[in-house]
Design a protein around this ligand. Sequence first.
Ligand code: GH3
Ligand code: MG
Ligand code: MG
Ligand code: MG
Length: 314
Amino acid sequence: MPLQQVVPTIKPVKSAVKRSRLLIVDDDPTQLRFYLQGLNDVYHCQFASSASEAVTFARQFPQPDLIILDVVLPDVNGFEICQILKEDQLTSHIPVIFVSGQDDVESKLKGFEHGCVDYISKPVLLPEMQARISTHIKLKQQTIMLESLAYTDPLTQVGNRRKYNETLQREWARSIRYGQPIAMLLMDIDYFKQFNDFYGHGVGDDCLIKICSHLRDLVNRPGDLFARIGGEEFVILLTDCGIEGALRKADEVLRTVSMLNIANQGAPKLDRVTLSIGVAVTTPKHQEEPLTLFQAADEALYEAKHSGRNKFSV
Ligand code: GH3
Ligand code: MG
Ligand code: MG
Ligand code: MG
C-alpha cells in the first residue's frame, strides 16, 4: 500500500511550543498508523518506508531531531541505514532509536555498535517510547548547548581558542588532502593597554565586543573562521585562499576597524583604535604541522607592529 494512503493528512496541532521533529522509518502500514496516532500530537512526524526515503528525509532541512528506525526493511536493513547516517557529516548528529521485533541481545548490541542511542522491542508500549524519545531529545539539546558554550568566547560571542584549534586541525588536513592553499590573518589591537588605562577595562571590553561584531561579518564562507584567541588577539582562517585573497581580506579588516572610528587618546601616536595584522599563506604538505602557519603569521605580525602598526605584513 502506498505510504500516502496509510498516512493521509497529518493534522497540525496548535501549540505555542515548537514541536520536535521525528523521522519515523517503518515499512509496516499498521505500525505507521500506530505511530501516527500515538506520537503526532506531541511531535512533528515525518514518515519513510524505505532506506532511500529515510536517508533523503534525514538530510533535508529542517532536519529531524530524532529518528525512529525499524530494523527489518524491504531494501536495506536498519543497521545499514544507521551506519550510512552516522558516516555522513550532515546526519551523524541525529540520534537514532531502533524499534524492532528482533529483541535478542545480539541484535540489540548490533544496534548500539551501529551508533543508535536506544533500542526498543516491539510490541511498543507507547508511554515508554514517548519517555525514551523525550529523554534523548533533551540530552541532544543539552549536548548542543554545551558544545556551543565550549566553542564560544563569552565576552564577544565569537569562536574561542578551542574553536580555532579544532577548525585549524580540520581545515589543515583538508588542505593537505586537496592540495589547496590556506591563509591565516593574525590580528592584535594596537596600544590596547593604554586604551584600558585611559578609558577603563569596561570600555575596553565594549571595544572588543564592537570590533568582533564587525569583523565576524567579514568571514562568511563555510570552513572559514573568525575567532578570539587571546585578550585582544584574533584570527581569521581562510580555506582554499591564496595570497591575493588573504591580502584583500587584511585590507578589508583595516578599513572596517578604521570606519568604526573608536577614539584611543591613550595611544602615543595614533588617536583611533587600530590593529596590526600578520598574514601567512601556505599549501601544506604531509607531515607539516599547522603550527608552522601560526608561526609565520606571528612573525609577520611582529613585523607589522615594529614597522608602525595599523598595517599588515606578510
Ligand atoms: P601593542 O600595540 O604592542 O599590541 O600594544 P598593546 O598595549 O595592545 O600590548 P599588548 O598586546 O601586549 O596588550 C594587551 C592588552 O590588552 C593588555 C590588557 O590590558 C588588554 N586586554 C587583554 N584582554 C582584555 C580583555 O578581555 N578586556 C580588556 N578590556 N582588555 C584586555
Ligand atoms: Mg519492518
Ligand atoms: Mg596582544
Ligand atoms: Mg595589542
